[in-house]
Design a protein around this ligand. Structure first.
Ligand code: SF4
Length: 482
């Protein structure tokens, strides 16, 4: 019987099995940002410890970064404190930091892949839930808390419970107007926000195989929203093509760089051969297997307060009366918070804000898809719209293609790179009861900076269409060439 990728990566990184039954895993790459690292570095300092593998540790600033001005000190004293702590800690502990003076700065889950730090067969940890993004490369990428950030800094190891693997096959082809975001929202709707608890999700099938790396990252990014500990996609030619020539990819990596044993020393062919061997075997077994038909996936929109509460754009908001028990209570709570009526179609819902950004959907292909919708059109007069590229590199490419001008001409605010209104730890926030069409990943109560603000998750193209229409609308109506 063959093995799946999770089993292979697990076995090749397991230091030992602990008495608790957990595995102590060696972590190949540790990504650090300003919010979850200050206390972890302080803990090392108090004990006189160093960072065990600074050459496998990379930092950037993203959550608190203002997107309109980087003038220091920041107006928010807490943000300034976090930024200063990151700069000081990285300097003191010898960690490479892509800080605000660095052209490689951006959201941690955007720049890791961009720089070629994220590679197949790796174990990756970061003090952020959406670390699962990196699984798109066939890595086992684990979001961790501050105390675990301390552990990884000090030991380069992590204690992890064993995981089952559910393979989710998305078969066939997606229809025009349906994107990776619609696929993952549909998966979470079907399996539930807790459906993945105790599991790693392996995404497979024609629709996944045909996706670009950026689309695969969108899928894996939201694994955590379905309750899965990690999500991954087997590495293939698309993966290798994406990585080739990137700064930290094997052919360019310094001999003692972060690469695993097979890929250190700059041997690209050797690395590819090892990466290929880490993919799930054709006869691998899985603890569960689910099929989703790609052609049936519609542009999706959330109507509630968790990412599982979504419908197709042409569908109606569900009625609590059609459900029982906890699900019924959860729908009632969501409808009450959102002030939405059951049975009413989600299309036509007025929006106040349109946000294109976040580690889910702020890459160049996301901006291109949104620009295609807004080009030659205007944002509705009562909508506040902003585009926040995921990294300075994404921004640079967008500028070279004139996307910034397309957005600005349409009435979008073109901003600097960062997390922005995904979590609103910077000045980009919703006000009062505003409704935001958002390309981010969480629609929890108060997620976008105001306790009563409301979030509708959707693809970047759908956000662009909503910005223009002033309400939720089917993006397929905007494609007059199809
Ligand atoms: S974009 Fe949002 S989800 Fe992603 S790392 Fe930043 S705050 Fe977290």
């Amino acid at each position: 019987m063959g093995k799946n990728l999770l089993q292979k990566v697990w076995e090749s990184h397991r230091v030992r099995t602990l008495s608790t039954g957990q595995a102590q895993l060696f972590i190949g790459l540790h990504l650090v940002h300003e919010v979850t690292s200050p206390q972890a570095f302080d803990a090392l300092r108090q004990r006189g410890w160093s960072v065990r593998y600074p050459q496998r540790t990379f930092a950037t600033a993203d959550h608190i970064v203002p997107t309109d001005s980087l003038a220091r000190p920041f107006a928010d004293s807490l943000a300034e404190e976090m930024m200063t702590a990151l700069e000081t800690n990285c300097r003191e502990f010898g960690v490479t930091c892509f800080d605000l003076k660095d052209s490689r700065q951006g959201i941690v889950h955007v720049i890791g892949p961009e720089l070629g730090l994220t590679q197949p067969g790796m174990t990756i940890a970061c003090g952020d839930s959406h670390t699962s993004t990196h699984g798109a490369f066939g890595a086992i990428a684990l979001g961790i808390g501050t105390s675990q950030v301390r552990d990884v800094l000090a030991t380069q190891c992590l204690a992890i419970d064993p995981l089952k693997v559910r393979r989710i096959r998305v078969t066939g082809r997606l229809r025009s107007g349906s994107f990776a975001k619609d696929v993952i929202l549909t998966i979470i709707r079907r399996l539930g926000v807790k459906g993945g608890v105790g599991y790693a999700y392996e995404y497979a099938g024609d629709a996944i195989d045909n996706m670009s790396m950026e689309e695969r990252m969108t899928i894996c990014n939201m694994s955590i929203e379905g309750g899965a500990r990690v999500g991954y996609i087997n590495p293939d030619e698309t993966t290798f093509e994406y990585l080739k020539g990137r700064t930290y990819a094997p052919s360019n990596a310094p001999p003692n760089g972060l690469s695993n044993g097979a890929s250190s020393g700059g041997d690209w062919e050797k690395a590819v051969s090892w990466w290929r061997s880490m993919a799930s075997d054709p006869d691998a077994s899985f603890d569960d297997d689910v099929e989703i038909v790609g052609g049936e996936i519609k542009p999706a929109v959330t109507w509630g307060i968790n990412p599982g509460q979504s419908v197709g754009v042409d569908e109606a908001i569900p009625s609590p009366g059609d459900f029982e028990g906890g699900e019924r209570t959860s729908i009632e709570e969501a409808l009450s918070f959102m002030d939405f009526q059951p049975g009413k179609k989600i299309s036509g819902t007025k929006i106040d804000v349109a946000f294109i950004g976040s580690c889910t959907n702020s890459r160049i292909s996301d901006l291109r898809a949104a620009a295609r919708v807004v080009e030659g059109r205007k944002v509705a007069s009562d909508v506040r719209a902003l585009v926040v590229p995921g990294s300075r590199d994404v921004a640079q490419v967008a500028l070279s293609e004139g996307l910034d001008k397309i957005f600005s001409d349409a009435g979008f605010d073109w901003r600097g790179a960062g997390c922005s209104m995904c979590l609103a730890m910077n000045p980009d926030k919703l006000n009062d009861r505003e409704i935001c069409a958002s390309s981010s990943n969480r629609n929890f109560k108060g997620r976008q900076g105001h306790p009563t603000g409301r979030t509708l998750l959707m693809s970047p193209a759908m956000v662009a269409a909503a910005a223009v229409a002033g309400e939720v609308v089917d993006v397929r109506e905007f494609y007059d060439d199809e």
